[in-house]
Design a protein around this ligand. Structure first.
Ligand code: PHE
Length: 391
């Protein structure tokens, strides 16, 4: 017999003749009420309007003055109760009336767009939670799986990273290994060990971020030359990609943080010809077979002789244009034969070994490769710019 049927009968007709029977009967009513309440709350509603309708229907079913379950219980069970049972029925009825305040469920019901119910019901059959046997939506799931999905776009490698990987790939094929070092570096590795004297302008406060008098943000990747020599000795074939820092005001071609790749080859009979050959091969691999390289004398304290490498302009092919300032050449890196004192500082005997080194700016390579005229664009994290480089 359902609750609805039971409330139409008197206690005598139901065979409830003692206090224990009254307790049991009201317990049954209370649990039916609680079940209906929690079912409705966890079911949710498709709209505000439906929510109001459903919660009103629940209240009316139980609390309506005319024909509400409680008023029927009042009429059929309490009013007609035998004298000796009346106090029990009265107490239970009052308790029930108090608990019926919980039927005010509207605020607890979640508005869940249509379509969810089916999907979640299917899902709940896999769970062992209490909601599974009830077969109702759990309130914890606020999304509507029937709406078009929120597509989270796949990211891509930053253009500077892409070029860095391309360059790494070329040198890896030549048998070089990738090495790294700290961005916060000692003055010793950044300058002294590289033969850069105290008086050198690059040690000036204006170029270098000093952390304290003995520590800097590395101004180039060259300190890793020394670290690698100490760590591995000779022979040594490495490239060193990484971030560097200089006290430059940001403009179209300068950024206080930028990227370099250092190259270092040390072996028993390394000559300048090896350096030229390697860098010419590298430039052709990266920019195409028609690219030519040009070496001009330069100066670095840690290489002797030192050179400046230019490639034939990749935009005009060497004829002269705005980008190469009509010269037909674009300077792309510094290089040279490792200074004997630098080898010594790294624990390598310059009588036995010789080596070459180069250093290039990755950001500038990326600017050339993608024809970008402002280095700042790389570091502004503007998705409209960056997504142009997704593969
Ligand atoms: N470290 C130099 C710079 O940052 C580049 C360089 C590296 C030059 C290796 C020669 C050899 O300008």
């Amino acid at each position: 017999m359902t609750i609805d049927e039971k409330v139409r009968k008197t206690l005598t007709e139901l065979g409830v003749l003692d206090a224990a029977g009254v307790e049991a009967l009201f317990a049954e009513v209370r649990s039916a009420m609680e079940q209906e309440r929690s079912n409705l709350v966890s079911r949710g509603a498709a709209s505000e309007a439906e929510r109001e309708k459903l919660s009103k229907a629940l209240r009316d079913r139980w609390l309506a003055r005319k024909n509400g379950l409680l008023s029927k219980i009042d009429d059929q069970w309490l009013k007609t109760a035998a004298k000796d049972l009346k106090p029990f029925v009265g107490r239970n009825f009052n308790a029930l009336r108090q608990e019926s305040a919980a039927l005010e469920v509207s605020a607890l019901m979640q508005v869940v767009p249509l379509g969810l119910h089916v999907a979640i019901r299917e899902e709940s059959s896999f769970s062992d939670s209490a909601s599974a046997d009830v077969g109702h939506v759990t309130r914890e799931v606020p999304q509507d799986p029937t709406l078009p999905g929120n597509r989270r776009p796949l990211g891509s490698l930053h253009p500077v990273t892409q070029i860095q990987r391309e360059i790494e790939e070329i040198f890896l094929q030549l048998g070089f290994r990738i090495e790294g070092g700290p961005e916060i570096e000692s003055v010793y590795y950044n300058f002294d060990a590289l033969n850069i004297p105290e008086s050198h302008p690059s040690r000036d406060d204006w170029d270098t971020f000093y952390v304290n008098s003995r520590t800097v943000l590395r101004t180039h990747t060259s300190p890793v030359q020394i670290r690698a020599m100490e760590k591995y000795g000779a022979p040594l074939y490495i490239i060193i990609p990484g971030k560097c820092y200089r006290h430059d005001n940001p403009d179209a071609s300068h950024s206080p943080m930028f990227h370099q790749i250092e190259g270092l080859a040390i072996d028993t009979d390394i000559t300048f010809a090896d350096l030229k050959g390697t860098l010419d091969f590298f430039a052709k691999k990266l920019f195409g077979e028609r690219i030519r390289t040009r070496f001009q004398p330069s100066f670095f304290p840690f290489t002797e002789p030192s050179g400046e490498v230019a490639i034939s302009c990749i935009f005009c092919g060497g004829k002269g244009c705005r980008v190469c300032k009509e010269s037909g050449w674009i300077e792309v890196m510094g290089c040279g034969m490792v200074h004997p004192q630098v080898l010594r500082n790294g624990g390598i005997d310059p009588e036995e070994y010789s080596g070459w080194a180069f250093g290039l700016g990755v950001d500038r390579f990326a600017m050339m490769k993608y024809d970008i005229n402002d280095i700042q664009l790389f570091f502004q994290s503007d998705a409209r710019f960056l997504e142009q480089f997704s593969a």
